[in-house]
Design a protein around this ligand. Sequence first.
Ligand code: SAM
Length: 347
Amino acid sequence: MWRRPLNVFCKHHRFLKGSCDGVKGMCGPQVSYSVPALPTASITALQAMALWERCFEDGGISEPECSSQYIIAHLLGAKTIGSLERESLTACLSREQTEKMWELCIQRLSRIPVQYVIEEWDFRDLTLKMRPPVFIPRPETEELVGIILADMQVKQGAGVCIKGQYTCLEVGCGSGAISLSLLKNLPQIKIIALDQSQDAVELTRENALRLGLQDRLQVHHVDIIKDAEAVVGLCSPVSMLVSNPPYLFSEDMTSLEPEILRFEDHAALDGGHDGLKVITQILTLAPKILINHGPVYLEVDPRHPPLIQRWVEDHVEGLQYVDTRHDITDRPRFCILQKKSQMHDLD
Ligand SMILES: C[S@@+](CC[C@H](N)C(=O)[O-])C[C@H]1O[C@@H](n2cnc3c(N)ncnc32)[C@H](O)[C@@H]1O
């Protein structure tokens, strides 16, 4: 049984703060919250869960029920409480388990995202290790991977040969969610993943090793803006480019939920004043990196698709805008572009 997405980490929630009365992020005053004393008598998993759910509610923690459920399930060696036998929930926790439950729940009470508290999260059919400040994968990005896989199937069905040497570049790999999902589903693909964050590079490598997907993956600590030449040298030519870049408009950063603002890397979120800082760099380099007709898949803000289309028409000769796709809430969230063929490359 897979974990369901938490609303606070859904992008159609747009990362923005809800009405958590009295709770302030790092930029505001610190919150005081009351922590229930460690019980002296034995307590069952269900009792501990109910007690902490109330406590999270009182502390203004978003999704209090899910938070306490995911923590207890993790403690009992499962992903969800639905996958546990009734007996393990009604049995008393050991002293060690009780202490661990308190330790993890106190972390959640201080607004640490539950994904960091339990140190893992699900992305499509993978379970990935999570560690702050590396970006926690969002459900929309699962849709992006689904779109790429469906398009690849259509191409194969139409007789387009996806050769043995099919290579993909991912810009901004974070925990490795996109690259590892593609590697798992496409045995013919090789991926070069890069990120400006050393923490992200290490976590992607660790997740690849845990999943046994390291052989077809190269991970580099590179900044696509500062090290543009190195990126072109390391990566070209590739068959496809994919990215879920930082794309929030800077002015929206201040209204993020405390969980996000305080614990996730701002460089993974802030795309500059118009959200396009990293996106325009990717699009500028794309024709130098891609083979002819190689596609670019981007996850973007719903305001971005027309801006990107116009920007590419005005600034990048070798690239054409192909399509805008919508997410499950019908918002325009994914842009597909393609390298134009160059006459001297045709044979
Ligand atoms: C929104 S996160 C996406 C992470 C991961 N691909 C996912 O979907 O969960 C954006 C990632 O881009 C990386 N990044 C931001 N600016 C970058 C740059 N200039 N060069 C390379 N990577 C960058 C961040 O460190 C972050 O890991």
